[in-house]
Design a protein around this ligand. Structure first.
Ligand SMILES: C[S@@+](CC[C@H](N)C(=O)[O-])C[C@H]1O[C@@H](n2cnc3c(N)ncnc32)[C@H](O)[C@@H]1O
Length: 223
């Protein structure tokens, strides 16, 4: 266990502040996707609505859906997870956060009739909620070198851990896919290394899901 593991994650000081050049590049990348395809799965760079929703179903295995809860959707895009929560009948105060202001504008337009769905692109204003979920935020590297991306990757996990009081979940592309199919602009993570990292750093209660038929995996971390 690291020293960090002895302090409840949501009480640790925040380190992620104003958008840096990497985050600005990520925001530009996704804003271009949105401009091309609108508030649709393709507009957040997913191949299909079915795959987008299958990922949500994995991530929500973190949550006790039988009672009401609050949830931070970290990298929310246009807020599709908010719709998914409605469709499955979850009672939830939902906050969507995205680094791309254009995504937040689209999300606010789509969900304007819901006062239990709010959206922000202000990272500094985020406060811990019961759960934090991140789908697809750790894939597109925008050409930064692997060492820098890994620092960003692990920093994002720390940020998620600080923003959740009951647990957090994220997905990433798996390094167990066919190497010939890899794209140079995407990051393929080692699921076993990440499982080990999460157990040592955050909690004994970690699940690794690598069985749902996509080229990614999901990790659930519970307290
Ligand atoms: C693949 S899309 C997925 C959107 C949404 N989670 C979904 O599944 O429909 C990733 C989203 O995360 C946002 N994003 C990427 N990195 C982020 C970061 N470090 N902080 C906040 N948002 C981020 C992008 O702007 C983009 O809207």
């Amino acid at each position: 266990m690291t020293a960090l593991a002895s302090v409840p994650p949501h009480t640790r000081a925040t380190h992620q502040t104003a958008p840096n050049a990497l985050l600005a590049a990520v925001a530009d990348y996704y804003s271009a996707k949105l401009a091309a395809a609108g508030p649709t799965p393709r507009g957040v760079d997913w191949n299909s609505p079915d795959a987008q929703r299958l990922r949500f179903a994995q991530l929500l295995k973190l949550v006790d859906l039988s009672r009401s809860f609050s949830l931070l959707d970290y990298g929310c895009g246009y807020g599709a997870l908010g719709d998914f929560l409605t469709d499955i009948g979850a009672t939830c105060m939902y906050l969507g956060y995205d680094v791309a202001p254009a995504m937040i504008d689209a999300a606010r337009r789509l969900h304007r009739d819901r006062d239990d769905r709010t959206f922000t692109h202000d990272a500094a204003g985020l406060r811990p909620m019961d759960y934090a979920i991140a789908s697809g935020v750790l894939n597109v590297t925008c050409g930064v070198d692997p060492a820098r991306w890994e620092k960003h990757f692990f920093g994002t996990l720390d940020h998620l851990a600080r923003l959740a009081t009951r647990g957090f979940a994220f997905n990433a592309l798996t390094s167990y896919g066919d190497p010939r199919m890899r794209r140079p602009d995407l990051y393929y993570a080692d699921p076993c290394q990440l499982f080990d990292h999460c157990v040592r750093r955050y909690s004994r209660h970690v699940a690794l899901l690598h069985d749902y038929g996509l080229y990614d995996f999901t990790i659930l971390v519970k307290w």
